[in-house]
Design a protein around this ligand. Structure first.
Ligand code: ADE
Ligand code: ZN
Length: 333
């Protein structure tokens, strides 16, 4: 088996994907039409041409505009279902999906509408594809902690359907410390914790995510490399980083995939995983990310397997499921 065949054959867990970031232009057009919502594009091609980002904010502006067409439970179902079809094609057997409730509740869509649509797709994906999944609710960090506290209240009746709470959106200027109280409440309520940190923001934000939010994983975290003491802590604590290579390239976190630090981090013993972040906007789903990394950085068979093993080890599935998938990976040639 060559490396590309191995990438396709490996069972993989996806731990960093924003469901609103899987919104393909074709589906966006279809839902905009059926909901009678105007979008500022005449065609699918025009939408794709707008996907020309120079940093995180230039992407987020377009990403939030796209999400505006989502109104009904069926819209959220269709969005998630389209993503599950991509998972099935890429042999992603488990996924932990972020959703941004505030993007929708701010427009008057009920929290339950979002959650019920996503959850129904998760149930059907298990039945039709055998794919297991979890939902992670993210707070938008450009909004206030008060808003996040209200969102946490709205989530409590759905506690059993949401495995973890995360933090996303515009990073610089919105450090994890801004959300210390709401994350303490989320932990008390029994949610696991993740946070985007060290994508565009400095290593200090990763320290804060570890110390103040007490995260179970760091999302992105690639700027940890600038701080040797932080890097050592991540290694010692086996703290997972959910790295998103094509995202980092499209948002100019790196200028060239050949300069991406994921291979260096892996070789130093950091618990890195590969993920797609917002695949519809960044040019590829899970296997595209693996292939882009492999082609630029020439990963060995063992390293590719290690990345897949890391994805299960860092996931929130139970220990026996983890062991089942890790054993399957070891058995691949
Ligand atoms: N929301 C969706 N994608 C994101 C990213 N890459 N960083 C922060 N917030 C996001
Ligand atoms: Zn992200």
């Amino acid at each position: 088996m060559n490396q590309i065949e191995l990438i396709r054959a490996l069972p993989k867990a996806e731990l960093h994907v924003h469901i609103e970031g899987t919104f393909e232009p074709e589906l966006m057009f279809e839902i905009a039409q059926r909901n009678h919502i105007q979008i500022p594009y005449q065609s699918v091609e025009e939408i794709k041409q707008a996907y020309n980002f120079h940093n995180l904010q230039s992407f987020l502006d377009i990403y939030y505009a796209g999400a505006n067409v989502l109104l009904h439970e069926q819209d959220f179902y269709d969005l998630a279902w389209a993503y599950f079809e991509k998972c099935a094609a890429d042999h992603v057997v488990h996924t932990e999906m972020f959703f941004d409730p505030q993007t929708h509740t701010e427009r008057g869509v009920e929290f339950a509408t979002v959650l019920n649509g996503l959850k129904r797709a998760c149930v059907d994906a298990k039945i039709k594809f055998g794919i297991s999944s979890q939902l992670i609710m993210c707070f938008l960090r450009h909004l206030s902690e008060e808003d996040a506290l209200k969102t946490l209240e709205q989530a409590l009746p759905f506690k059993d359907d949401i495995i973890a709470v995360g933090l996303d959106s515009s990073e610089v200027g919105h450090p994890p410390s801004k959300f210390e109280r709401v994350f303490a409440k989320a932990r008390e309520a029994g949610f696991l914790i993740v946070a985007h940190a060290g994508e565009e923001g400095p290593p200090e934000y990763i320290w804060e995510a570890l110390d103040l939010l007490q995260v179970n994983r760091i999302d992105h975290g690639v700027r940890s490399e600038e701080d040797p003491a932080l890097l050592q802590r991540l290694i010692d604590e086996k703290m997972p980083l959910t790295v998103c290579p094509l995202s980092n390239l499209k948002l100019c976190v790196v200028d060239d995939m050949a300069e991406h630090n994921i291979h260096r981090l892996l070789k130093q013993g950091v618990h890195v995983t590969i993920n797609s972040d917002d695949p519809s906007y960044f040019g590829g789903y899970m296997n595209d990310n693996f292939i882009a990394v492999h082609e630029a950085l020439d990963l060995s068979h063992e390293e590719l397997k290690q990345l897949a093993i890391n994805s299960f080890e860092a996931s929130f599935i139970d220990a026996s499921e983890k062991q089942k998938w890790i054993k399957t990976i070891h058995q691949l040639s």
